[in-house]
Ligand binder design. Structure first.
Ligand SMILES: Cc1cc2nc3c(=O)[nH]c(=O)nc-3n(C[C@H](O)[C@H](O)[C@H](O)COP(=O)(O)O)c2cc1C
Length: 201
């Protein structure tokens, strides 16, 4: 294994908000399965394997798009006092189209343990799984945005997945798609230097 190669994948990965057109560059289910293969090998204390991944069909994506757009439109309507109906419609349609343009959506759930320690460990393990997923995706030229936006806590999403929030928590919506240079965010996300965060005692 070449450690520099691994480091370069880790360092170059960026959260992506733009993707190549999904009709011309669809994310194949085989690619998603490869990312999931990486995800499920995340470290996981007591091997509880608390994760679940829903790979959205076009039909499920449209239902999620409705929830996403409704939340966005309601939020934007609240700040504007007049002509609420048409403002809602405008924001709703824009948000709906934006969501439907995402090439692929994967929701990640955590099975909830009653034990406080295992609950925390399981969230950590699910987070590791998502990062494994993102890194494998990156190596396949697939960018990911890990979103914790309103759709993951909206009861309608739980109803769509036929799960109960007290049993399974949706911890992230992964928005993914093929990318090229033009899709990369241009803001610099340099991290603090090692000397600022490493303490040798
Ligand atoms: C737990 C978690 C939740 C996140 N939620 C969101 C989100 O809701 N929306 C978003 O745009 N990015 C979200 N992100 C992505 C971060 O904003 C992103 O990782 C950060 O800006 C650093 O950028 P990078 O991933 O390109 O290094 C989330 C990341 C994590 C780990």
């Amino acid at each position: 294994m070449n450690p520099n190669h691994l480091l370069s994948i880790i360092q170059s990965r960026r959260t992506c908000y733009q993707f190549l057109n999904k009709i011309e560059n669809p994310v194949q289910i085989e690619s998603i399965k490869t990312c999931l293969e990486a995800a499920i090998y995340a470290p996981n204390h007591k091997l509880t394997q608390p994760w679940l991944f829903w790979v959205a069909s076009e039909a499920l994506q449209a239902k999620l798009a409705h929830i996403y757009a409704d939340n966005r439109a309601l939020k934007n309507t609240q700040v504007l006092s007049n002509n609420k109906e048409s403002v809602y419609q405008r924001f709703y349609q824009k948000a709906f189209d934006k969501f439907m343009a995402i090439p692929s959506v994967v929701l990640v759930g955590q099975r909830l343990s009653d034990n406080e320690v295992i609950f925390k460990e399981d969230y950590a393990a699910c987070s590791c799984a998502i990062q494994n997923f993102q890194l494998m995706a990156w190596s396949l030229n697939i960018g990911v945005q890990w979103s914790t936006g309103p759709i993951i806590s909206d009861q309608r999403t739980y109803d769509l997945l036929e799960i109960k929030p007290e049993q399974i928590n949706i911890i992230g919506a992964l928005y993914l798609g093929h990318i090229d240079e033009s899709c990369l965010p241009n803001k610099s996300l340099k991290r603090k230097a090692i000397c600022e965060v490493m303490i040798q005692l």
